[in-house]
Write a protein that binds this ligand. Structure first.
Ligand SMILES: Cc1cc2nc3c(=O)[nH]c(=O)nc-3n(C[C@H](O)[C@H](O)[C@H](O)COP(=O)(O)O)c2cc1C
Length: 640
């Protein structure tokens, strides 16, 4: 079963890379490195035994940060192990660490600053046995996950036009074969490069043929088997490109396949360093903390409670990092509130309230406000038919139609996305089993349905009145997460004869919806009719079903979730006396009301405590489902 999530690509790739290896292997394979790992909560639950350094409780993402993996050896790791965190937000290489063995060799050649971090990237590989090719593919994926535009070709097919300067960052991955020779698929390329008119004698470097071309070379070789010709091709390519006037933006990296080395480790280190280089603008580790940052941090930490972070500099780092998060992930730049931070400390410390979470809460609230505003659209607004000015002002992306048309179509309420953590909370509560059939009324882009599948329901059906958004959900279903037991259909819930009421709702065992109050009011009679004599767990988001009393109310990021346990064997829908007469035949009056009332009532959602590590959790996990090549839209999807 594919696990679906809205983890942005920037996050998912890294977290998966980490999770695939499992916690133990991270510690044992890279004990000296300092890394961040970002893990979506739903996946974290399955795999981690490591306590995160920092939890950003936000929405739609739960991001866990692990930093400074410098823990005990793998043999001493157990489920309660907490990695020792060495330094918060340190860079990948700890300069003060004597034990950090260099994983790659570097040449002493000059390295020029990268001109632009957003230019397209071209990867050229030269591979005899296929390893460099694999690395090139991995690198492409990783860079694409970071939203770079990347193309990968063999060195052979690299033509002169592609070597034109200024157009792209050129990354070369080349192995050496034979006795210090180029792989077959790069012979011609090497000859061409070597034969290029050597203008190294030109007085101005700018007049050389490859001036302004920016490049970095990673070599694959074997120092033990071929000490004399170790990485000969990478070395000569790197030197030659420089001779031809190109700018080396990263020192030559020589991966070593020798017995005591693993070229894969070298390559991963190279990728991390390359990513650091490309992210430099956003790196809190590298950015200097300004006095203002520290000032803000001071004011925050004095405002906050018992367990404040020890020093203001760390606080400032976090703040800065959170700003980076905001810049990176929020669709619209927003002011950063600095007054809602609470630092708490457990074994490690975590941030329960984070500016980003606050932002998201603000967003969620603003969505609700927006919805309320939308509901009150008056005639004058409709008549003007002007499209809303910015994405933040609209509840849904209009696809050309007028607001009025959409409003008529979305006759219950306009679609507004349910935050992912709300959806997850619903299914955490519903604890679906393989027999459950989930139906989402007003399914929009289908996000809740995908979550339902993730939680293991037998079938999930999304029903929405708007064909455009249903098409969108179906498109995602077909292209990104194809599976037979999901369906998105167009039905008008205002039509009592709709298949929704005669077929789908009666079969549902879990029913979810996010309608405004009057929308709920409108569908309630049909819902009650359709569910006569059935058992179903019903969840409404944002608004309570008028006339019903929920057994549980949970609030996740300011959004209440109401749970109604309709007609289960021993629990019946709790409704005021006035409604008891209207109970469908076969249903007895409410009995276990007390059992449910006030349970979790208005509890505020906290992340689950991290569970222990159970290798079994990983067994059936279909990681590859994440790597669908057609995944390209996921990061931009954001529910739209
Ligand atoms: C037949 C053969 C010859 C090789 N010659 C060299 C060499 O001269 N220098 C070197 O550093 N590595 C040499 N290697 C090691 C490879 O470069 C190294 O294993 C590399 O990871 C292979 O990458 P590829 O699969 O992309 O070709 C040789 C490997 C083979 C199988």
């Amino acid at each position: 079963m594919p696990l679906w999530s809205y983890v942005p690509k920037q996050l998912s790739r890294r977290s998966l890379g980490w999770e695939r290896r499992s916690a133990t292997s991270i510690v044992s394979s890279r004990p000296q490195s300092t890394t961040f790992h970002y893990v979506d909560r739903s996946k974290l639950r399955r795999s981690t035994m490591i306590r995160p350094k920092m939890i950003v409780v936000n929405d739609p993402y739960q991001i866990y940060y692990f930093d400074a993996v410098r823990g005990p050896s793998s043999s001493t790791i157990n489920s309660s192990a907490t990695l020792q965190i060495r330094r918060l937000f340190s860079s990948t290489h700890d300069d003060d660490d004597d034990n950090d063995a260099p994983v790659t060799q570097s040449s002493q050649q000059a390295v020029a600053p990268l001109s632009s971090r957003t230019q397209p990237i071209r990867i050229f590989y030269a591979s005899q046995g296929g390893k460099a090719k694999l690395f090139a593919q991995e690198l492409q994926q990783t860079l694409q996950d970071e939203l770079h535009t990347v193309t990968t070709v063999t060195c052979q097919s690299c033509n002169d036009a592609q070597l034109q300067p200024g157009s792209a960052l050129h990354l070369f991955l080349t192995s050496t074969t034979g006795v210090g020779q180029p792989p077959d698929n790069a012979k011609e390329f090497y000859e061409r490069i070597m034969a290029m008119i050597d203008s190294s004698s030109a007085s101005a470097s700018s007049s050389r043929p490859l001036s302004k071309l920016e490049y970095a070379v990673f070599g694959l070789g074997n120092s033990e088997a071929h000490p004399q010709h170790f990485n000969a091709m990478a070395k000569s390519l790197d030197a030659r490109l420089s001779e031809l006037g190109a700018s080396r933006v990263m020192e030559l990296r020589l991966g070593d396949d020798g017995r005591t080395n693993d070229v894969t480790d070298d390559f991963e280190q190279y990728m991390e360093d390359l990513l650091d280089l490309l992210r430099q603008d956003h790196s809190p580790a590298e950015a200097e903390l300004s006095t203002a940052d520290v000032q803000i941090a001071k004011s925050i930490s004095t405002k906050t409670s018992e367990n404040r972070v020890e020093d203001d500099k760390s606080t400032a780092s976090i703040l800065k990092f959170s700003k980076t998060l905001l810049q990176t992930f929020l669709p619209t730049p927003m002011p950063l509130p600095s007054n809602n931070l609470v630092f708490t400390s457990t074994n490690t410390f975590s941030i329960q309230q984070h500016p980003y979470a606050t932002q998201q809460r603000f967003l969620t609230t603003s969505l609700r406000r927006r919805r309320a505003k939308y509901e009150k659209f008056n005639e004058a607004q409709l008549q003007s038919q002007t499209a809303p000015s910015s994405a933040i002002d609209v509840p849904f992306e209009y696809s050309g139609e007028s607001l009025e048309e959409y409003r008529n179509k979305a006759n219950l309420s306009p679609w507004t996305p349910v935050p992912d953590s709300v959806a997850r909370k619903i299914f955490d509560s519903a604890t679906p089993g393989p027999e459950d059939i989930h139906v989402e009324l007003g399914s929009g882009d289908g996000r809740v349905n995908f979550h339902a599948m993730d939680y293991g329901v037998k079938q999930s059906i999304g029903i929405d009145v708007d064909p455009d958004i249903v098409a969108k959900a179906n498109d995602r279903l077909q292209r990104i997460h194809p599976q037979p037991n999901m369906q998105f259909i167009v039905e008008n819930l205002m039509d009592p004869k709709s298949l929704a009421w005669s077929q789908h709702v009666p079969n549902a065992t879990i029913l979810t919806m996010y309608f405004a109050k009057d929308g709920l009011e409108k569908i309630r009679p049909m819902l009650e009719q359709a569910l006569r004599g059935k058992s179903c767990k019903i969840y409404t988001c944002g608004y309570a079903m008028p006339g019903w009393e929920s057994q549980i109310v949970e609030t996740v990021l300011d959004m209440p979730i109401y749970f109604y346990d309709w007609g289960s064997a021993d629990v019946h829908l709790v409704r005021p006396d006035s409604f008891i007469d209207a109970l469908p035949p076969g249903m007895s009056p409410p009995s276990n009301r007390d059992q449910y009332m006030h349970k979790n009532k208005h509890s505020t959602y906290q992340p689950d405590p991290l569970p222990g590590f159970h290798p079994d959790d990983l067994k059936d996990y279909a990681w590859d489902d994440f790597d669908s090549p057609s995944d390209e839209n996921r990061s931009n999807d954001n529910g739209k």
